[in-house]
Design a protein around this ligand. Sequence first.
Ligand code: ADP
Ligand code: GN1
Ligand code: MG
Length: 364
Amino acid sequence: MEDIKNIIGNFEFNGNMTDCKIFGSGHINTTYIASYENNGKISRYIIQKINTNVFKNVDELMENVFAVTSFLREKIKANKGNPDRETLHYIKTKNGDKYYRDENGDCYRAYRFVENSKSCDSVNSPEIFEKSGVAFGRFQKYLSDFPATTLYETIPNFHNTVWRFENEFLPAVKNDLKNRAEECREEIKFVTSRKSDCSRLVNLIDEGKLPIRVTHNDTKLNNVMFDEDTDDAICVIDLDTVMPGLALYDFGDSIRFGANTCEEDDENISEVAINLDYFKAYARGFLCEAGENFNQCEIDNLAFSAKLMTLECGMRFLTDYLNGDTYFKIAYQKHNLVRARNQFALVKDMESKMDKMEDIIRNL
Ligand code: ADP
Ligand code: GN1
Ligand code: MG
């Protein structure tokens, strides 16, 4: 903690620090919250150590997030919203840089804490999930005229499921670095028997049927902040993966996380299922903001995208388990395997309810 206090001294914050602690439940970066007092007024800031194992080029990453947040501020103003509350406000270092790199090469960035807000790690009502759909749908709508070619690809092939399968999953099985493949035989079979699913959206892109848009790409429920009093979704956060992608990635990933009747790492997989009321509520919220620009092929693949994003995420957890847990943060040894099993149980349940999911989309 001493170290982080020294790091923070490099940022342009007002007042004296009164508190600093670790915060949040993301799987990638290390997040801290710091409180500052200035003439009796308390301001809070988020400081993040950027995971440079995941984000190889921090200059490009920070260029992206500054460009996206400046663009969003103008959009929010034009739509009579409050840009201070509805988008992240990054704070430069005392040297005017977008992030601070210490002598060990570790990288830190800071932004204002969104006050009077909360994040949710699970859904407790369809209404709150629908609100997150509105927020992610609006985010995508606001960025629809962002100059996509100016964005760096912060993680190449992020949702290229074919690439994930061929270049990450299969080599992890083959190399079996930690001798875990035997233990995961069932799970490996689960993925390999769904190889053709992995190429469905990639093929539709190649055929020119699915348009590339600027998307968030990591639309977990805890990547949106809700108003403490009204429960309205106010601010989309975690902008590290904003890149050209498919609208379907954002839709599918939200369903994967938020419409699961259990948390993503619940071991009790017999309880894992898709909650169709939540599915419907999210689809309604997301489509009412982003849907007007969608083509028929996007609409036709919404239900499938939920299954694909769940399969992809499960495959990534399994790959990481086989590789010895080098990507996602884990809390215990089998955490990634438990997460993978949970995701595959959800895929299975979605497969049995795919007709119902498609009906819901058709009727919306
Ligand atoms: P990760 O990439 O590790 O998921 P996030 O940027 O999502 O990191 O941050 C982790 C958590 O910290 C979020 O889920 C949220 O609870 C909290 N958080 C991040 N930024 C803010 C902010 N500006 N205001 C309030 N809470 C925040
Ligand atoms: C990671 O950063 P976080 O916790 O919001 C991951 C997502 C996964 C998710 C699974 C950059 O999201 O892709 O879907 O974990 N983010 C990155 O919970 O890999
Ligand atoms: Mg996050």
